[in-house]
Design a protein around this ligand. Structure first.
Ligand SMILES: O=C(O)CCC(=O)C(=O)O
Length: 261
């Protein structure tokens, strides 16, 4: 079985949801034109890291985002990993990822679990504490947000129920791109899964973001990689190769959780 994924490596206009919603519509159309099965967006694409303005601009209960993603999914018969958006619920802010299948059903709503101290994220945003696994385009999958990928134990926790694709949405600054690539490849190798990792491009007041979104196969090989500009990158995932890789080196069976703290 093969699926075609589209990595929407977009800019994010700082603190300007209206413009960012238009950009997501435009890229969903581009993905549909390329006949992809799944399109993936970057982290915090509605507001960027405008953390001190969230009270005015975060998506209340995620309604605007979910409404748009459902509409686009149905209109284009498209599965959408909706990156993440800043949301406001019950007086708290979250960094939330919605995944919507081509029928327009929200199959996952995940709040970022590990908040990034270097950007003072935890001073504004409340951390999530729930796992997520979902089926998308007929494939058992999971997904995390940016800094979450530095925690292999979390990715292993999410992958242990046979996730074959791990989706990652990020706002990962250019200065740490060498680490981004290595972390993404390591998560693919250790979980013997495809990883589809989408970063943004452009600038905010504190950082420059230079993309380098990538798709990595279960052996850690880069299948496709974006450059440093806004673009849609398309890749095919050969999901049958996963059983072969897991059959040869059965790391999930060989684990010793009795020894792990
Ligand atoms: O871990 C990193 O270096 C980047 C993380 C980050 O920028 C984020 O989680 O928003």
């Amino acid at each position: 079985m093969t699926i075609k994924v589209g990595l929407a490596q977009t800019n994010v206009t700082f603190a300007n949801p209206e413009e960012n919603f238009k950009r997501v519509e435009e890229y969903a159309k581009k993905a549909a034109d390329q006949k992809v099965d799944v399109v993936v967006f970057p982290e915090m694409w509605n507001t960027g890291y405008a953390l001190d303005q969230l009270d005015e601009i975060a998506d209340k209960n995620g309604i605007q985002t979910q409404t748009l993603l459902k509409k686009l999914a149905i209109q284009y018969h498209l599965n959408i990993v909706g990156g993440s958006v800043s949301t406001k619920r019950d007086g708290h802010f979250y960094n939330t990822s919605y995944v919507v299948n081509e029928q327009g059903n929200v199959v996952s709503a995940y709040d970022k679990v590990h908040l990034f101290g270097l950007m003072h994220e935890g001073d504004f945003i409340t951390a999530g504490s729930n796992e997520t696994t979902f089926e998308l385009a007929g494939v058992p999958s999971t997904g995390v947000i940016c800094y979450d990928i530095r925690f292999p134990e979390w990715l292993r926790t999410l992958s242990r129920h046979d996730a074959k694709v791990i989706y990652i949405s990020a706002e990962w600054p250019d200065v740490r791109i060498p680490q981004w690539e290595l972390l993404v490849r390591a998560r693919a190798i250790e979980n013997q899964a495809y990883v589809v990792a989408v970063n943004r491009v452009g600038d905010d007041p504190d950082n420059h973001f230079n993309g380098h979104s990538l798709v990595v196969d279960p052996l850690g090989k880069i299948v496709e990689q974006a450059g440093e500009q806004e673009e849609l990158v398309v890749a095919s995932l050969d999901l049958d190769s996963i059983d072969q890789v897991r059959g040869q080196i059965p790391v999930f069976e060989d684990r010793r959780p009795d020894l792990y703290k």
